[in-house]
Design a protein around this ligand. Structure first.
Ligand SMILES: [Cu+2]
Length: 716
């Protein structure tokens, strides 16, 4: 392969150029060249309109002409409006300002959902209710609303610790306050910055041992300097701290401690239209073509594809919620239950700079900012491939009115040239047997942009029975302005990597905790640790001195299932102890972890007390409807008293019970120069894989899809 050196050869720098000789030779090895007249579409302003297969935009509620009402469906726009009316009518003093902080489905009882589902939806639908958190007169109110009777089922003032999610509206209002605040205007003047080029952003303040009576619902603001770029997060105006009391909506504390240069504007641009040569190499246009259209069906929120059947919900806090996933077993001629519900329960992102302006940055992206609330519209052809179908979603605004999220999800069949299974048999004289099955999977995707970071959330269903859950980290780093222009100048702890002049990328973590309520062939499951242990051979019965074998251990209580990965080799299987295969193995699904990252903060550090749910990579609890958010229902300013760590301290019995698996995946992020000014996607994930669930390879009889006949193609 040609070594490109530091500069790209001209022929690689332009779109649609001929391949260099060396590349063509390699690419041509052992394959027939196919020349097609399929027109490559240039990616420009009108990109989504020019494709041969038009992206399909489907409203969540009117897909394929059918409307299926399901117990776990997210709230509809009509229901949001209904809830708004009910809550307003129930307000005792209408003069008080009322804000909707969280409006979501109040989970119907699992038993009722399952019986409704198993009766083929002929029995009565479980009651449809909403759980609503409002703020009225500086108090947090919890209300459960019944939608069928338009009534309030319960209502109470929450007096515990912590506060609900921030709304977009209150964050926007807070961001505007500094522009009318004289000390801030003076700080900007002192720095010789143009006020019209300053923008501010909101940051949760965490909890650092403050007394309850002194605590307020607050946000901190950080401001940035555009002045010639849209890449604001890499141009912080350091030294200033602004504290906003959200109930009063005013600045209550302000400090301006020092001045360092705003990181330079050169090299921070990421918009394609603003880039100047030299450009990177271009690749030939590529797409996925499905001449017969998507091979899946969406009925309401139920998605059916290949051997899978599942429900796709949406919550303002969690984002996508996969529920009632079952897989068709060809041998048994039935759908078998796998996953009752799966979603991101919390994302914890602590930064490692303990100085005055940075120490508090220990974010709970789901519980404070809303992973679903922060979802952004997916762009056809770039966020999702040509064959993707798009779905909209809805959230309640601060006033309770529904807000549409267009292109919230995309669903598509993914063919990335991978192999599902294969074998070439060369051992039979005179014969070559080759069997290959290409891997086609189904992906559900959402992107959440929480301030500077973009998280790509994928749920991928494989015909082999696996559910692969992916997370991609991209977007803009949260950087700190500093006086350094070279690492040689850094003589003290800088808490990060120098990425460019005056620009430090601060060390931090991303921890995601997934709620995985596996119901493997039913609710009654157990968690089995299949430990791999070395055995010594000392009796000279073999020329070998050792081997490894498996020792299975069923977790009886929650403490038996608290696992820090990476210490000992093991497999982690959720089995149904009441169901065996014909050869006697318990049917199961195992977790194949993708990350063995654990927290590095000390246990007594306040952020870690709040995020003690990250202390173990795996935990198992008995199903409990109220145990939904691992960081607590009220994550903002939480104190760790309502976390997974606290719930599991009860050490409940988990053997042969309806259990929930919690998996915490993490990334320690030491920023590097390649992450600047926008970060190439860093991917992680895990897999839930059938383990003695099927009697044999479930995709043995899967047929190869018919070849796609490309128009005007010739083979040579
Ligand atoms: Cu990061």
């Amino acid at each position: 392969m040609r070594n490109y050196g530091s500069k790209l050869p001209n022929e690689l720098a332009g779109a649609g150029s001929a391949e260099p000789e060396g590349i063509r030779k390699e690419a041509s090895l052992g394959m027939r060249e196919r020349r097609c007249e399929l027109e490559a579409v240039s990616l420009g302003e009108t990109r989504p309109r020019l494709v041969s297969i038009n992206p399909i935009n489907l409203s969540l509620h009117h897909v394929l002409g059918r409307v299926i009402s399901m117990a776990t469906n997210p709230l509809t726009p009509t229901e949001f409006t209904q809830i708004q009316t009910i809550i307003k009518q129930s307000q005792t003093d209408p003069t008080h300002n009322l804000t909707f902080q969280y409006v979501g489905l109040d989970d119907p009882d699992k038993e009722a959902v399952l019986s409704w589902h198993s009766s083929n939806q002929t029995t009565q639908l479980p009651p449809r209710r909403a759980f609503v958190i409002t703020r009225i007169n500086k108090q947090t109110h919890e209300t459960i609303v019944d939608l069928s009777t338009s009534s309030v089922i319960s209502s109470r003032v929450y007096t515990g610790t912590g506060y609900p999610l921030f709304t977009f509206e209150e964050q926007t209002a807070a961001n505007l306050l500094p522009f009318k605040y004289a000390p801030f205007l003076e700080s900007i003047r002192k720095r010789k910055l143009k006020l019209e080029e300053v923008v501010c952003s909101t940051y949760s303040v965490g909890w650092f041992g403050e007394e309850r009576k002194k605590e307020k619902r607050e946000l901190k603001l950080l401001c940035f300097y555009l002045d010639g770029t849209v890449s604001l997060y890499v141009r912080p105006i350091e030294g200033i701290t602004v504290v906003v009391d959200l109930d009063e909506m005013k600045i209550t504390k302000y400090s301006d401690r020092f001045i360092v240069p705003v990181p330079k504007v050169d090299g921070v641009e990421y918009q394609s239209s603003k880039q100047k040569p030299p450009f990177g190499p271009s690749v030939h246009a590529v797409t996925v073509a499905q001449p017969k259209g998507p091979g899946f069906k969406i009925d309401g929120h139920t998605i059916r594809w290949a051997n899978w059947n599942f429900h796709l919900g949406f919550d303002v806090r969690a984002g996508p919620i996969i529920s009632l996933a079952s897989i068709y077993d060809v041998e048994k001629d039935e759908f078998r239950r796998v996953l009752y519900r799966g979603y991101v329960s919390e994302m914890f992102v602590p930064y490692m700079d303990p100085t005055e302006e940075w120490y508090y940055r220990t974010f709970f992206d789901s519980g404070e900012f809303g992973f679903g609330l922060s979802a952004v519209a997916l762009e056809p052809m770039t966020d999702c491939p040509a064959n993707a179908v798009f779905m909209d979603g809805y959230v309640a605004g601060q006033d309770g009115k529904p807000i549409q999220y267009p292109n919230l999800f995309c669903v598509f069949e993914k063919y990335a040239g991978d192999i599902m299974w294969r074998h070439t048999e060369l051992a039979i004289p005179g014969q070559v047997i080759r069997e290959v099955r290409p891997e086609v999977t189904l992906v559900v995707r959402m992107v959440s942009t929480v301030g500077n970071y973009d998280y790509i959330v994928d749920w991928e269903f494989k015909q082999s029975g696996s559910i692969k859950v992916g997370i991609g980290l991209t977007g803009v780093l949260e950087v700190k302005g500093a006086s350094y222009t070279h690492t040689d100048q850094i003589k003290e702890e800088a808490y990060g990597t120098l990425l460019a002049d005056y620009t430090l990328g601060i060390y931090h973590d991303h921890f995601l905790t997934y709620h995985l309520d596996l119901d493997v062939d039913g609710e009654q499951n157990s968690f089995v640790k299949t430990k791999l242990e070395t055995k010594k051979i000392t009796d000279h019965s073999s020329l070998r001195k050792s081997y490894w074998t498996v020792v299975k251990e069923t977790a009886k209580t929650e403490s038996d299932a608290k696992i820090k990965l990476g210490l000992k080799p093991a497999e982690f299987v959720v089995v149904n102890p009441n169901k065996k295969t014909s050869v006697g193995n318990n049917v199961g699904y195992r977790l194949i972890p993708g990350s063995i990252t654990g927290p590095l903060l000390s246990d007594d550090d306040y952020p870690q007390i709040r995020a003690a749910f990250t202390n173990y990579n795996i935990m198992v609890t008995p199903y409990n409807k109220s145990e939904k958010w691992v960081g607590g229902v009220y994550a903002d300013r939480s104190r760790g008293d309502d976390t997974l760590a606290a719930w599991s301290a009860r050490n409940r019995n988990i053997e042969n019970k309806d259990i929930v698996l919690w998996y915490t995946m993490g990334f320690h992020h030491v920023p590097c120069q390649e992450d600047f000014p926008v970060m190439p996607t860093l991917s992680g994930g895990f897999e839930l894989r059938p383990t003695n669930f099927f009697s044999s390879n479930p995709v043995l009889k899967t047929r190869i899809p018919n070849p796609v006949h490309w128009p005007n193609c010739t083979s040579t």
